[in-house]
Write a protein that binds this ligand. Structure first.
Ligand code: NAG
Ligand code: NAG
Ligand code: NAG
Ligand code: NAG
Ligand code: NAG
Ligand code: NAG
Length: 660
């Protein structure tokens, strides 16, 4: 029989089979059946017609099968995206002792890649080596792919490096894996290696490495790839995906001019390219241009809406973000997890619990999977809004999905709402489950400061040092504040002096810490040092300096600082500063200056201030101002009147002022 004749016969047979076999196969004896290889082809034919049930029936009813039959059914399932079934047939095959062929293993690996079964993949890898299928490039490439997907990139690299001549697909796989693991630099490097090796990149390889450039901000390499694309695409037009990625690369790398040139030159602009341009403006913080872009888009998809909402969030325009979300509800009525997460973040910032709850309810009703991102957004929202019960409930329900972000939110929730003990307890629990970061310590230290828990503060300090965390200004600030609140000012100073810093917050903490701890001299030294270093003092710094003057009795100096604050630093004194000055004069008995100061104050002193003035006038025998204070206090506080009395006999209730 000629080859063509055989083909025709097979075709006839295959046409008849679907009709005949499923119904009559049980009655057929082995001898009256076509040969096995024909039935194997039939399985394949059923599968490629989408009749996977028929393929399976035929397979099950075959009285005899060979490796080809197994291969046919496994690849049928693998190709129709039913990896679980493919793997279960493979395990049946394996248990029956049928030796697999390399094509079978390739299909099985394809399924492993779908379900990310790393364990099985390793077993198959061993089998591949044992059976000597090492020359199969497809198998090796699949292994690279799966190892990469399962985040064991070292294994992926090992297999990739052992491939003598990787083809375009293998290169594509390694580039993509690097990119998706966030290792943009390696992805870009791999692309250039590929080109040096003389392998023509696929469009996907180009687009993935361009996206890697976008993520890594690698404008220089991105430009080179653009040049390359133009060269390769000299005779045929540039692939639209690649073109979009070039634009996205320029936009994300901040080369908006080049991006918009490319945008203008693009004839058929699809939503993707519009959105890339929009995201470019957003990521450069050019929100007005982004708005204009968004408004003029002919069509918008979820990604475009998300980009615009994200842009508002990024520049803290929470209200606008929520408005746009409402508009999105009306216009397209569908969202993804990212939209919901972003909106929940906006609600958290606005402390809009009501809206946040609505979005949570919406996600719940519409069966959105509460993935990491959404869970964390919700936990953060409940934490910020002080709904600690809801926060705890959600937190314990997502046991498997919680990570550092969730723990940090939990601790933040406790810390912000004065539940410092719980915050510290959560921090301890967190250490068992995941690793903290610098923000976690900051929260923990501030919880220690709240409850004056010096021991635990020291433990956290030790943990930070022991585990080699970076001592940034924020942590040092938290440490300085914690030690000074716990009255261990020497430690506080030591932490401060360990490293040069120009962060005014840190300087403020140490100045305030010393002032509160009665070490005014050191506080003022630090303040002068700060001036020498030209670190710009702010309103808080001056409070610290004034407190230091109060505690060490430097009245003139305090006066000078107070004047210099508005004259040299352009800081308008706030109530706190007036309070400090009143305390400074009151405490040190400078009644004439006090009277003058009160007269010249642009705002009326508050009741606590008058009370402080009243007390000092009595103490230092200064009736003129004392009577004035009495008058004011009686007027605004008729239930608690005072009477200025030089003998100190009949004085009303005293109140402490707000100043320490
Ligand atoms: C496949 O990988 C093995 C190591 O796992 C290696 O020895 C072999 O050379 C590779 N073959 C091909 C064609 O890539
Ligand atoms: C890339 O896409 C372009 C245009 O769509 C096409 O002409 C070209 O053949 C593709 N290149 C490869 C390697 O697939
Ligand atoms: C947010 O805006 C800043 C500049 O304003 C920009 O550097 C950053 O990339 C933006 N982030 C996002 C996610 O757009
Ligand atoms: C620590 O992790 C949180 C997420 O919980 C993140 O928002 C924050 O920026 C991280 N802090 C540092 C200093 O990396
Ligand atoms: C310092 O000034 C900032 C804004 O200029 C203000 O938010 C803050 O409350 C002030 N702090 C004190 C203690 O006055
Ligand atoms: C303030 O109240 C006290 C007690 O009632 C009274 O003796 C005194 O005269 C009052 N002073 C003024 C100025 O009203």
């Amino acid at each position: 029989m000629s080859a063509a004749g055989a083909g025709a016969t097979l075709r006839c047979l295959l046409q008849a089979l679907p009709l005949v076999l499923p119904q009559f196969a049980p009655h057929l004896s082995a001898s009256s059946l076509p040969p096995i290889f024909v039935l194997n082809r039939a399985i394949e034919a059923f599968a490629s017609d989408g009749l996977i049930g028929h393929a399976r029936d035929l397979f099950e009813q075959m009285p005899e099968r060979n490796g080809g039959s197994w291969n046919a059914i496994i690849s049928a399932y693998s190709r129709t995206n039913q990896p679980i079934n493919a793997l279960s047939f493979f395990s049946r095959m394996f248990n029956q002792g049928v030796p697999p062929k390399d094509v079978t293993l390739a299909s099985v690996l394809g399924s492993c890649s779908e379900v990310l079964d790393l364990c099985l993949t390793r077993q198959i890898h061993t089998l591949v080596v044992k059976l000597g299928f090492c020359s199969n490039l497809i198998i090796n490439t699949s292994l690279v792919d799966i190892y990469g997907k399962c985040d064991v990139i070292l294994d992926a690299e090992k297999v990739f490096d052992s491939i003598p001549n990787p083809n375009a697909v293998s290169w594509n796989v390694i580039v993509r894996r690097y990119y998706e693991l966030g290792r943009g630099d390696d992805a870009i490097k791999a692309l250039f290696q590929m080109i040096r090796a003389g392998v023509m990149p696929l469009n996907f390889t180009l687009s993935n490495s361009l996206l890697a450039c976008a993520d890594a901000g690698a404008l220089f390499e991105g430009r080179q790839i653009h040049g390359l694309v133009v060269k390769i695409g000299h005779y045929c037009d540039i692939n639209s995906l690649v073109r979009n990625c070039i634009l996205q690369m320029y936009a994300k790398c901040g080369a908006l001019d080049e991006a918009s040139k490319l945008f203008d030159r693009t004839e058929r602009r699809d939503t993707f390219i519009w959105t890339s341009m929009l995201s470019g403006y957003v990521s450069c913080g050019r929100i007005q241009e982004a708005e204009k872009m968004f408004d003029s888009m002919p069509e918008r998809n979820i990604v475009s809406w998300n980009a615009m909402i994200g842009g508002y969030i990024n520049c803290s325009a929470w209200d606008k973000a929520l408005d746009l979300f409402r508009k999105m509800e009306g216009e397209i009525g569908s969202y993804d997890i990212y939209t919901l997460g972003t909106v929940i973040k906006a609600c958290a910032e606005l402390l809009d619990l009501e809206k946040g709850r609505q979005v949570h309810g919406f996600a719940y009703r519409h069966n959105y999977q509460l993935d990491h991102y959404l869970c964390n957004a919700l936990i953060g929202m409940y934490a910020k809004c002080g709904r600690l019960r809801n926060m705890e409930a959600l937190f314990s329900r997502v046991l498997k999905k919680r990570d550092r972000v969730s723990w940090n939110s939990l601790i933040l929730g406790y810390e912000r709402h004065c539940r410092s003990e719980e915050a510290l307890y959560a921090l301890r629990e967190m250490l068992r489950e995941t690793s903290p970061n610098e923000s976690t310590f900051t929260l923990g230290l501030s919880a220690c400061a709240n409850i004056f828990s010096l021991d635990r503060g020291k433990q956290i300090h030790a943990y930070i040092i022991r585990n080699g965390y970076k001592m940034d200004d924020i942590i040092r600030d938290a440490l300085v504040s914690m030690y000074s609140k716990c009255r261990l000012i020497d430690y506080s100073i030591r932490v401060f002096e360990e490293m040069e810093s120009h962060d005014v917050v840190l300087w403020n903490s140490v100045i305030l810490g010393c002032a509160y701890n009665g070490n005014g001299k050191y506080a003022l030294e630090v303040f002068e040092e700060m001036r020498r270093k030209e670190i710009k003092a702010d309103n808080v710094t001056f409070i610290g300096a004034l407190l230091a003057c109060i505690c060490d009795g430097f009245v003139n100096r305090g006066q000078r600082y107070f004047n210099s604050m508005s004259e040299d630093y352009g800081i308008t004194p706030r109530m706190e500063h007036y309070e400090c000055m009143i305390e400074l004069y009151s405490k040190h008995g400078c009644m004439v200056e006090l009277e003058k100061f009160v007269e010249e104050m642009p705002v009326e002193p508050t009741v606590p201030m008058w009370l402080r003035i009243f007390d000092s006038c009595r103490e230092y025998g200064y009736p003129r101002l004392g009577k004035k204070a009495e008058n004011f206090i009686n007027k605004s506080n008729p239930l608690n009147p005072v009477r200025f009395d030089m003998e100190g006999m009949d004085v009303g209730p005293k109140e402490l002022t707000g100043i320490r």
